[in-house]
Design a protein around this ligand. Structure first.
Ligand code: GTP
Ligand code: MG
Length: 143
């Protein structure tokens, strides 16, 4: 049986916990319109016949200003250490440069899949613009 860690990273409110819940088909992580909802790393194990995936939801990446922030960023670091694959999630209406800067700062040494989220809240032009930006700036595949 194959197994591995797929860890979800992104800015606050990007939709990381929503994605975890969708991947698992269960409401495991709190989802809220408020930023910085997730404060710990949340692991969920998906077991299928031939494989097992351990997904991790993580707090949104921010510049720490308080002790709590530092702790939250420690859980991001922990998730960086054991990731086999990183899911980098971007709210398509967020600032792409800022997202890109954060992802670069992670200094990932594992394959990453960039997920464009909240496309229901954007027009075709914005979505295409984001695809072009991330394809140009990062080594990502267009699925
Ligand atoms: N319109 C729209 N809203 C979404 C989508 N995905 C998530 N949301 C909403 O975005 C808000 C934030 O979602 P979360 O999943 O809590 O975001 P998060 O990245 O885990 O946030 P933090 O834990 O604070 O870092 C919630 O109100 C979700 O319902 C989407 O695809 N479309
Ligand atoms: Mg969350």
């Amino acid at each position: 049986m194959k197994s591995g860690f797929v860890n979800i990273f992104g800015r606050p409110n990007a939709g990381k916990s929503t994605l975890l819940n969708a991947l698992m088909g269960e409401k495991l992580a709190i989802v809220s319109h408020k930023v910085q909802t997730t404060r710990h790393r949340i692991k969920a194990i998906l077991t299928e016949k031939d494989y097992q995936i351990i997904f991790s939801d993580t707090p949104g990446i921010i510049k720490p200003e308080y002790k709590l922030h530092e702790k939250m960023m420690q859980s991001v670091k922990g998730a960086l250490e054991d990731a086999d694959v990183a899911l980098l999630i971007v709210d398509v209406n967020d600032n792409w440069e800022d997202c890109d800067a954060i992802f670069s700062a992670l200094k990932l040494r594992v394959p990453a899949v960039l997920v464009l989220n909240k496309i229901d809240r954007a027009g075709q032009e914005r979505i295409q613009g984001a695809k072009d930006f991330f394809l140009k700036n990062r080594i990502v595949k267009n699925w």
